[in-house]
Design a protein around this ligand. Structure first.
Ligand SMILES: Cc1cc2nc3c(=O)[nH]c(=O)nc-3n(C[C@H](O)[C@H](O)[C@H](O)COP(=O)(O)OP(=O)(O)OC[C@H]3O[C@@H](n4cnc5c(N)ncnc54)[C@H](O)[C@@H]3O)c2cc1C
Length: 479
């Protein structure tokens, strides 16, 4: 940083610190042990230095923090679980005022109404446990228990009951939001419906949500968790497996079946079936035959709801404080409506010729997302700003190192894999999932890929509710 830029940054930091202090907003002082811990991102590859770090305990504190940011022309960023792949919860760039929602983690169930009010700072494992402990309730959400319910919900929220119950944002009834002008409003289907539409897919750009009201469902028990261990040994074998899964997901996958193919050094086909073993076999056996893995090694076990979640959580549901789990990686996504035979072939060739030789800890995850009977695809495309209703798969490309830094010269590995696929389908508008934020996208690419045809309407709403761009970031709406 040059001398003048340093001086400007120093003055801004002093001004925001003094404003927060006068307004009695709790903070982690820059340089303190709490601050140093709190700015550790989930993805160690992408680190930032905020201008100030607020830790509000009340909605009034959030309002005061937003006002301090706006008055001092410092961009304001909400952070919930801090799991953004691009560290968007730390601003996605240096110099933001971070508003950490960690104190907003109450979960209150209204069992008669099957509704729950959930603070946005909670982590999924804790939220799921609290919902279950209050009348065995549940919502649809992602698999990693450390992810924040705030970022997950405001940009999607896919997990192993989403094909049955919809995305997390599909179950949202209401949100309490602090806007850029520091007022507090409710967003719902009947109050501020445009804002409610924008929050469900692009939330970070529109305000700080302090709590959500969700509709809940009674947690299903006796769920069949399945995992098949498979080892494709040629590009054509992988292509056959993917073709079979795609055909099945689009045309024959029942809503009670949720599944994913995890392609890696060890490949698994896994998921959850919410039904009986006899029905599961009836549904699954023809698919396994078409995939050519009828005789593969399998595990199928019956699980309670919390054990079902734990089966996919890589650890206990309840999360330690302070949260201190991190990885170092680069990631991309694709949300294709369909993969043509040529695209599947290119994907499989790339796997055979490039990925298999990569010694880092990479994977490509295919989540069955859409298709004829998916609860996600049944939601009308224009009813939320989430733009991927017709995506058959949610594909996540992930390349990680288990120690040391991730060298930027490795990024072409995943960029090349995505290009190999998209080059074969020039007519397809491939969407990408902002919850798997991709740091290699320019802001224009990010806007187009994350929000497709919804972007224009989002910008119009942004201009109305945040004309001064108090909530900014390198990839969010209006940036
Ligand atoms: C290990 C891991 C597993 C994952 N598994 C899944 C999965 O199974 N399914 C899935 O769909 N996704 C999954 N994700 C992606 C995850 O949903 C996103 O990274 C999500 O945005 C993280 O939310 P967060 O609150 O933890 O992150 P943060 O970094 O805190 O926030 C992410 C974004 O949301 C904004 N934001 C957060 N809280 C608020 C708020 N209260 N008001 C306004 N804006 C806010 C932030 O400003 C930022 O732009 C996973 C991520 C990781 C790292």
């Amino acid at each position: 940083m040059g001398g003048l830029a340093f001086l400007v940054a120093w003055h801004k930091r002093a001004a925001i610190e003094s404003c927060l202090s006068n307004a009695k907003v709790p903070v982690y002082a820059v340089g303190s042990a709490d601050y140093t811990q709190a700015i550790k991102p989930f993805n160690y590859r992408v680190t930032f230095n905020p201008a100030a770090y607020a830790v509000p305990a009340t909605v009034e504190h959030v309002q005061a923090a937003v006002k301090c940011g706006a008055d001092n022309k410092i961009q304001v960023t909400a952070k919930s679980g801090g799991h953004s792949y691009a560290s968007h919860g730390l601003g996605g760039e240096d110099g933001h005022l971070i508003v950490d929602m960690k104190n907003f983690k109450d979960v209150k169930v209204d069992i008669a109404a099957q509704m729950a009010v959930i603070g946005t700072g909670g982590r999924l494992g804790d939220v799921a446990t609290a919902l279950y402990n209050q009348g065995k309730q549940a919502i649809s959400h992602g698999t990693c228990p450390g992810v924040g319910v705030g970022g997950l919900t405001l940009h999607g929220g896919y997990g192993l009951i989403s094909r049955s119950k919809g995305l997390t944002l599909d179950n949202l009834l209401e949100a309490t939001v602090v806007l850029a002008n520091s007022s507090v409003v409710t967003a719902s289907a009947t109050q501020n419906p445009d804002l409610f539409w924008a929050l469900r897919g692009a939330g970070a750009a529109f305000g700080i949500v302090t709590n959500f009201k969700f509709k809940t469902f009674t947690a299903p028990e006796n769920n069949l968790v399945f995992q098949y261990f498979i080892s494709p040994n040629s590009a054509s074998q992988l292509a056959a497996i993917l073709t079979a899964i795609q055909d099945f997901t689009r045309n024959a996958q029942p809503p009670e079946l949720n599944m994913r193919l995890f392609l890696s050094a060890f490949t698994t086909f896994s998921g959850v079936y919410y039904g009986s073993r006899a029905d599961f076999d009836k549904v699954m056996n023809p698919l396994l035959t078409n995939m050519g893995i009828g005789g593969g090694f399998a595990q199928v076990t019956q699980n309670s709801w919390l054990n079902t979640l734990t089966s996919f959580s890589n650890g206990p549901l309840q999360q330690a404080t302070p949260y201190d789990t991190h990885e170092t990686f680069f990631s991309k996504s694709l949300m294709p409506s369909y993969l043509s035979p040529a695209a599947i072939d290119a994907l499989s060739q790339y796997w055979y010729n490039n990925a298999r030789n990569n010694q880092r800890s990479w994977y490509l995850l295919f989540d069955s997302h859409g298709g004829n009977s998916s609860a996600i695809s049944e939601v009308p495309a224009d009813s939320t700003s989430y733009a991927h209703r017709n995506a058959t798969f949610k594909m996540q490309f992930y390349d990680r190192v288990n120690s040391g830094n991730y060298d930027s010269t490795w990024m072409p590995f995943l960029n090349g894999w995505v290009k190999a696929i998209t080059d074969k389908m020039p007519e397809e508008k491939f969407g990408m999932y902002i919850n798997y934020a991709d740091t290699s996208l320019s802001k224009e690419e990010a806007h187009e890929k994350y929000w497709l045809g919804n972007y224009k309407r989002l910008v119009a709403i942004k201009e109305r509710v945040d004309p001064g761009k108090v909530f900014e970031g390198p990839q969010i709406v209006g940036s």
